[in-house]
Design a protein around this ligand. Structure first.
Ligand code: FAD
Length: 477
């Protein structure tokens, strides 16, 4: 296994449980890939890449006994808080009825009803689609489960039944994550819907924090894989895949060659192709549109729209209007800084005291819609200014910051192009259009086990599970 990201660890655990001899080689000195907790400042730990958990498959959590191996997931409430510069706010909760009551109070009866219709329709579709996440891609089955609107349509049209555009915005931006698309673009409904397919929390579909940060997920997976007999080597970059007559025979490290009956790669499709000395999947789009900004704060400032600590405990969405979302995508596609950018923020230290000393907080800004060659510091300045429109006290509370643009994400986590999903999840790159897991790049015995493979990115464990299943079928029958 090349790489010990969460998918690599899931696959390693399943392969070892099937009785195979498994050796994992990770280039970094920590496991986890983009699902990791790191000490960013002395005594302050945070999740510099993925920061919230929902999509990890329930079956994987149960079968690998991740709770016994130390994983605790706590649903965050509110589900989201979207402040407006004029002091209004959209607030939702993991419970649909509570959200309905809140929207009726803060907006209108028609908004609450429009939300409830949409949420019920999507919840029903999500219930049908969840089992498909651990199945090989099958467009026909997905179409039957969720319908063409969700599979191929735009997030804007899915949300049309909610009268106030401001209320649509925080739901709409879920459909744009990891893309340079606007809310009217086809395929954005599926990106949003994918984020509803969670099973790691109760109720399903809610989002939560892994206690201790996202590294708690991959530490638990590491323990599960090792308990099953897998060996995990860190600081062990794979230099190339040994391919002989079109068949993967092992991997080459600085210390020599390791022969294997099957080679799995948790690395992204472009990196895996380069390691196999092959050509990248044709037309594969993996340019990252995300800048992650981590801010160390000396206290939590107030939002005029909702003073006090409560709004800091869930996701905080800064988008304001649908037009803003569209124009950000338009700017970034033209190679410009988005005016304005949109942000999903989170502050796990407001809900989990294990990460930082008292009086210190880490605010994570997941900033979207940037051109791939963006200067991360310029983007961070822009996003702090944008956030300050609804939280004017923020700039004075910042003690330190870390800005990771696509280039820095590539360097730190090995994500080629910095793409958070190993390749965007728009039409042309979903379901059967994602490569793997078998015969990656036409090489027999080479399996793609990372987010570049179906069903795609985020902390799901599904590509790792499907790759392991393919290897077990091929080697053990
Ligand atoms: C900024 C950011 C925010 C995100 N937020 C969320 C979120 O909140 N929730 C969520 O669910 N998802 C989120 N995601 C997406 C999610 O983190 C990723 O899709 C997922 O972690 C990828 O997992 P993976 O195992 O497929 O690959 P990776 O985590 O990329 O793992 C691949 C591993 O392979 C290693 N590797 C690469 N090349 C080699 C080599 N030659 N030799 C040895 N090892 C190698 C890498 O070092 C890495 O450890 C976010 C991602 C980013 C970057």
């Amino acid at each position: 296994m090349i790489g010990a990201g969460h998918n690599g660890l899931v696959a390693a655990a399943y392969l070892a449980r099937a009785g195979l001899t498994v050796e994992v080689f990770e280039r970094r000195d920590v496991v986890g890939g983009a699902c990791v907790t790191e000490e960013l400042w002395p005594g302050v730990r945070a999740s510099p890449a993925a920061y919230t958990l929902s999509l990890l498959r329930g079956r994987i959590m149960r079968e690998l006994e991740l709770e016994r191996h130390g994983l605790r997931v706590e649903v965050h409430e509110p589900y989201l808080f979207a402040p407006q510069p004029d002091g209004r706010k959209v607030v939702t909760w993991s419970d649909r009825r509570r959200t309905h009551a809140q929207l009726e109070r803060d907006w209108s009866r028609a908004d609450a009803a429009g939300y409830a219709d949409w949420a019920e329709r999507w919840e029903e579709a999500a219930r049908r689609a969840r089992p498909l996440m651990l199945e090989p891609p099958d467009r026909g089955r997905w179409l039957e489960a969720v319908g063409a609107g969700i599979l191929d349509g735009s997030i804007a049209s899915e949300l049309e039944g909610i009268p106030s555009p401001e209320v649509r915005v925080p739901f709409a931006l879920q459909g744009l994550i990891g893309t340079l698309a606007g809310p009217e673009d086809p395929g954005t409904a599926f990106v949003g819907f994918y984020h509803e397919l969670g099973e790691a929390t109760s109720p399903p579909g809610a989002w939560g924090y892994a206690r201790g940060g996202m590294g708690a997920v991959t530490q638990a997976l590491r323990r599960a894989a090792e308990a099953a007999g897998a060996r995990i080597n860190v600081s062990a970059p794979v230099e190339r895949i040994a391919v002989e007559d079109g068949v993967a025979r092992g991997v080459v490290l600085a210390t020599g060659e390791v022969r294997a009956r099957a080679v799995l790669s948790n690395a992204d499709p472009l990196r895996t192709s380069a390691l196999a000395d092959g050509s990248a999947p044709q037309g594969w789009r993996q340019a990252g549109p995300v800048v992650k900004v981590m801010l160390l704060l000396d206290e939590l400032p107030d939002f005029p729209a909702w003073p006090g600590p409560e709004p800091w405990r869930g996701a905080i969405d800064i988008g304001f209007t649908l037009e803003d979302l569209g124009s950000a995508a338009h700017d970034a596609r033209a190679g410009r800084l988005p005016e304005p950018p949109w942000i999903e923020a989170a502050c796990q230290t407001a809900a989990d005291p294990t990460l930082a000393p008292p009086g210190r907080h880490v605010l994570s800004l997941f900033c979207q819609s940037f051109p791939a060659d963006v200067d991360a510091d310029a983007a961070a300045d822009l996003c702090v200014a944008r956030f300050s429109q609804v939280c004017p006290g923020l700039p004075d509370r910042i003690l330190a910051r870390l800005a990771l643009g696509p280039r820095e994400l590539e360097q730190r986590f090995g994500l080629t192009g910095g793409h958070i999903f190993h390749g965007e999840m728009l039409p042309g790159q979903v379901l059967e259009e994602r490569p793997g897991p078998r015969r990656f790049g036409g090489v027999e015995g080479l399996y793609l086990a990372g987010s570049g493979a179906h069903p795609g990115g985020a902390v799901t464990g599904a590509p790792g599970y499907l790759a392991a299943r393919a290897v077990v079928e091929d080697l053990l029958g």
